[in-house]
Design a protein around this ligand. Sequence first.
Ligand code: FRU
Length: 449
Amino acid sequence: MTKCSHRPNLHLSPSVGWLNDPNGLICHEGQWHAFYQHDPHQTGHGTMHWGHAVSDDLVHWQHQPVALYPDKLGACWSGSAIATPEGEVKLFYTAHRKAPDGRDDENQCLVNVDQTFTVFERDDGNPVLTNNGETVFRDPKVVWHAQSGRWIMVLTTGQAVSFYCSSDLHDWRFESSFGLGQGHHDEAPWECPDLVEIEIEDGGTAWVLIVGIAHGSYSGGSGTQYFIGDFDGHTFTNANPPETVFWMDFGRDFYAAQTFFNSGKRPVSVAWASNWRYALLTPTLDYRHAFSLPRSLSLRRTAHGLRLSQTVPDMVRTAFPVAERQPSGPAAGTYRLRFEEAETAGEWSLYLFGEDVPQLELRRQDGQPALHVHRDEKWASEIAPLFASTFSVCLPEEVFDLEIYVDRGLVELSACNGLVWITMQHFPENPEGEVRLVRRTVEVLAVAE
Ligand code: FRU
């Protein structure tokens, strides 16, 4: 196995070094700018910089010079981007350093960006929001709240998020916090929040609060949950009972999801396709990690209430060649498989990369379908036990469609028209190996090599 052969073709990965969270996502003057947590000097999580890439179509990314370097206030941890009504672009990030007593010292900083996105000037007033004693005080996501005509900064404060408001982007006033007794908690802090107003498919909008949880997610380790409700400029109100837990993705490799500023009421999001439980141990050589595919978010009314639906934008979807019944072969390990509702009936196993253990199996109990997700057992010792253990996801609909994006080992599965997602990294011997769908009756339906 050549260790670089897993680099995805149609996902953003750093040309060298380390990548984690998406930062400063913004659509500006028709271009998509993505910044990311980056260590250009090593493939581990060292002193964080912000990497930068730009794209016209969310598929082909041009790497740009490193945008933010650490300074005396600290390393550049996660944050966001905005454009003012006058077209000025600003970045917000957490300056992270260790205090003399060894504790984390985290403060929020502002960066002014020129129109070519090549000059990044730190604001003289930094830090614009100083830590008032919280042990975790990071990952500022700044959004425009039209109804109150103010900027809102949501950031993580332990196992909760806090909302601050400002009219000039410099003076920030605390409004409220949300999280205690709400959704899913573990011992790790909540991280990388996002707050966004999203269109309901049959009319209207609702506010969605997205938040990462570093350990203890649905399938283990890092995962991303969301809340649906209302934000009135001061407080977020959960529309569901506080114990309700919604996962954006049930897989092991979908963390710190963020939406692009200026991407509308069906905003485009991306996440880090990895997991803190083994992120430092995955076997790539010259770079580590990639973003997930972009997904456009909407809210769907289901029998159980509103749920987030995630759809890959057409320009990204069509960039993946379809490998269906009689394909000439997945292009260099990068392809898309689509199964219509009739094709997902019964019970079956899906084998990717020419491997002899299936990555996915569909089993039914009392008609209720459940997807069983596997990764090669050998990785339990070579990467980490969590990398290899199996988990299951029950689907909310008995009859469902399935779409699977495969990009040299990075596999993203969408079921029930985007209501259920499962993102998983694999490191196969042969990322270009064949695809086989085997029915429980051992009938071979799809072969692509
Ligand atoms: C989430 C996170 C953030 C932090 C960044 C540091 O993955 O821990 O909370 O800002 O990574 O790289």
